[in-house]
Every structure is written in structure tokens, then in C-alpha cells.
Design a protein around this ligand. Structure first.
Ligand code: CA
Length: 374
């Protein structure tokens, strides 16, 4: 059962998705020991409660499911939890290779560190928005082909189809979280669109990495899929060469997650990125993030980086799909290299569940022009 937070008749409630309806967990849990977990209408208290409680709630919710069902269209979905820290990785070899070829055509596609550690950066938690919220086209500096510097609305606004991991149980500062403890800390999975302004990004990112080209907005799905529902979706990761250092060695319990993503632009399918092929797996991302003693907080959002597969129609960004604008996509609504105002992008995903396919929460967002300043 996917979990979310919604406004219903002016009240904020926690909801569990049951097909085309939602169970009001705030109401259904009243009188039970779990009621305090849902009282404020967000997932924050549930996330902080830890794995044994997550499993107990899951078991109890099965007996609540006959009561308090609400049609989805009567709900206004909200950001499901308070985002603490946001970390974004770069864990797809195909994506990193494509970006390297586009941005550094004369150098090696992968940087020398890429197969030794999962590259990442700390993003901006305060601009994470829930699916359905419009995204304002950012303005910034960009360098023109003639070397002049332009300021204005981004002309290369892009998507990044990613998978996000939501931290529940915090960790102690100074104590790394080993690969084997992933499921003790991570509550579940969401879908992420990490909007990116390529013209701003390519001018600013040397030497400290992404900044204003990424921080204006990140959209996440309204529904969080608990790890417990994804038991059957774990699979073998790609072969790693060279072998990772011991703290990144996942050979005792290799754990790639087999999620099939689909990306639609204005309703038209443009890509099917396969998450199973990511070079670095979710437990490795968490282990690397904390290996220096950095602690986890309840509500941390850890994104995978753009999911791209080896085929052209498996690329998770327009930068790659249009090869930086040199091979525009031919769509029913016209040619597209980067996003125009009014464009709407939706990312969905399915996985194998214990009793058949399960659907993750979708993430959708529409680009709007910056409002004129009075
Ligand atoms: Ca990203």
C-alpha cells in the first residue's frame, strides 16, 4: 500500500492507496495504538517510528481497509513528509557517459573517480515540491557560443527521471551506515523529477558542481511505496570493475532494484528508463553518503541521479534524448529538444510485487513562465 498525505474537507490526513481510492489512516487508526502516528496528517511520525512499527502498521492496516475509503478525486495531495536533507547522486553509468560525451567531448566520458565511488552532491530540500505543482522556468547566467554571458530565462530546461529513497530512522553522527543496514533506515521509494537548466548548469558547475541550475525545483511523487512492498523487485546489479572498496562491496547481498520507469511529455511516451541497470545500488548510495560519519535525519531524500539505459529510448533526460539539441525529438505536438512553457512531464513506474505488478506513485509537473515583476 502506497502512503501519502492529503487535504480532505479542509483537514490534513494520512492516506493509504487502495486501487482508485484511499484509506483515511488518520481516521481508521483512531482508538488504536497507531493513532498518534497519523494525527498531524503527514508521514513524519510514521517515518520516525522505525521498521518494526512500519511492519506492524502495514499488518494492522489490512484490517482497517474496509472503512474510511475515499475516492482519489476528492483528495488534494500534499508533500507527504517534511524533507530534511536532499542528496542527489549520479549512479547511472549510461547517463554519466552520455553527459560526459556531451559536455566534455575531448576528454574521457567518465571521470577517474566514477567507478570508485558514487558521485553525488547536497541539494536544496526547501524547493522539493509534490507532484502536480507547477514549476517556474528559472533565470540565470549562461555562456553563449560566442563567449558572451547572457542573463535570462533558461533556454535549455530539462527533466531528470530519478528514483528517490525516503529515510525514516535517523543515524548517529560519526557512525557510518553499512550496506546491510539499508532497510533499517529507509522507509520507502518515491519517483523524482530533478528539473535541470542545462545552460545555467554547464556554465556554473566547474569547479564545485551543480548549484542554481538544479536548486529551483525538484518534484516528487505524492505517494511513497514502502520497501516492504518491493521485496520481490530486488535483482542482481551490473558487474562492477574495478571491485569496490570494502565499505561499498555488496557482493554478500547484491541489491539492485528492478523498477520500470516511463517518461511522458504532454502525454506522449518518450522514454522507458530501467532502474535495475544502475551501476551503484541504493544500499551503496546510503553507505557512501554516511561513510565519513555524516548522519541521516528522518525525512532525508536520497535521489539516484538520472536513470538512463543503454538504448536511445531508455534515456532519462532530454539532454540525452535530443543529444543536447542536435537530434530533436519528433513528437505529435511538434519538435522538442528542451522544455517549452506549458509542457507537462509525467514519470511513472511499475515493479514486480509479491502478488503481481505494483504501481509506484507518479510524479508530474508543468513548466510555467516566470511571472512578470510589477
Ligand atoms: Ca539529478
Amino acid at each position: 500500500m502506497n502512503y501519502g498525505s492529503a487535504l480532505y474537507h479542509g483537514r490534513r490526513i494520512v492516506v493509504g492507496r487502495v486501487g482508485d481510492a484511499a484509506l483515511d489512516l488518520t481516521a481508521a487508526s483512531l482508538g488504536s495504538e497507531f493513532a498518534p502516528l497519523f494525527a498531524d496528517g503527514s508521514l513524519d511520525a510514521l517515518l520516525a517510528a522505525g521498521r518494526p512499527t512500519w511492519q506492524a502498521v502495514h499488518a494492522a492496516a489490512a484490517s482497517w481497509a474496509e472503512h474510511d475509503l475515499i475516492p482519489l478525486e476528492e483528495l488534494t495531495m500534499l508533500l507527504p513528509f517534511t524533507v530534511a536533507d536532499y542528496v542527489d547522486f549520479y549512479a547511472s553509468e549510461q547517463h554519466a557517459t552520455n553527459v560526459g560525451r556531451i559536455f566534455r567531448p575531448d576528454g574521457d566520458a567518465l571521470t577517474p573517480n566514477w567507478k570508485h565511488l558514487p558521485i553525488g552532491y547536497h541539494g536544496r530540500a526547501g524547493t522539493v515540491v509534490v507532484s502536480g505543482v507547477d514549476v517556474v522556468r528559472p533565470s540565470g547566467q549562461a555562456r553563449e557560443p560566442d563567449g558572451s554571458i547572457r542573463f535570462g530565462p533558461s533556454r535549455r530546461l530539462d527533466i531528470e527521471a530519478e528514483v528517490g529513497f525516503v529515510v525514516g530512522t535517523p543515524s548517529r553522527q560519526g557512525i557510518p551506515v553499512p550496506i546491510a543496514d539499508f532497510a533499517e533506515h529507509v522507509f520507502g521509494v518515491c519517483l523524482v523529477n530533478d528539473w535541470s537548466a542545462r545552460d545555467i548548469q554547464s556554465w556554473e558547475y566547474v569547479p564545485l558542481g551543480p548549484f542554481l541550475g538544479k536548486s529551483f525545483a525538484t518534484s516528487i511523487s505524492a505517494w511513497i511505496t514502502p520497501l516492504d512492498d518491493l521485496d520481490a523487485a530486488w535483482t542482481a546489479p551490473p558487474v562492477r570493475n574495478p571491485a569496490p572498496l570494502p565499505y561499498l562491496d555488496d557482493s554478500p547481498s547484491p541489491a539492485a532494484l528492478d523498477l520500470a520507469l516511463e517518461v511522458r511529455l504532454n502525454g506522449e511516451l518518450i522514454s522507458r528508463p530501467p532502474f535495475a541497470g544502475m551501476y551503484w545500488t541504493p544500499p551503496q548510495l546510503l553507505a557512501h553518503l554516511t561513510v565519513n560519519g555524516a548522519s541521516l535525519r528522518t525525512g532525508d531524500l536520497i535521489a539516484s541521479g538520472t536513470v538512463s539505459g543503454p538504448e536511445r529510448d531508455q534515456r532519462g533526460s532530454l539532454l540525452e534524448l535530443s543529444w543536447n539539441g542536435t537530434e530533436p525529438l519528433q513528437l505529435a505536438g511538434g519538435e522538442r529538444s528542451f522544455l517549452l512553457d506549458g509542457d507537462e512531464v509525467t514519470i511513472t513506474a511499475t515493479a514486480l510485487g509479491r502478488e503481481g505488478p505494483i504501481t509506484l506513485g507518479e510524479v508530474t509537473g508543468r513548466i510555467v513562465a516566470q511571472p512578470a515583476t510589477p
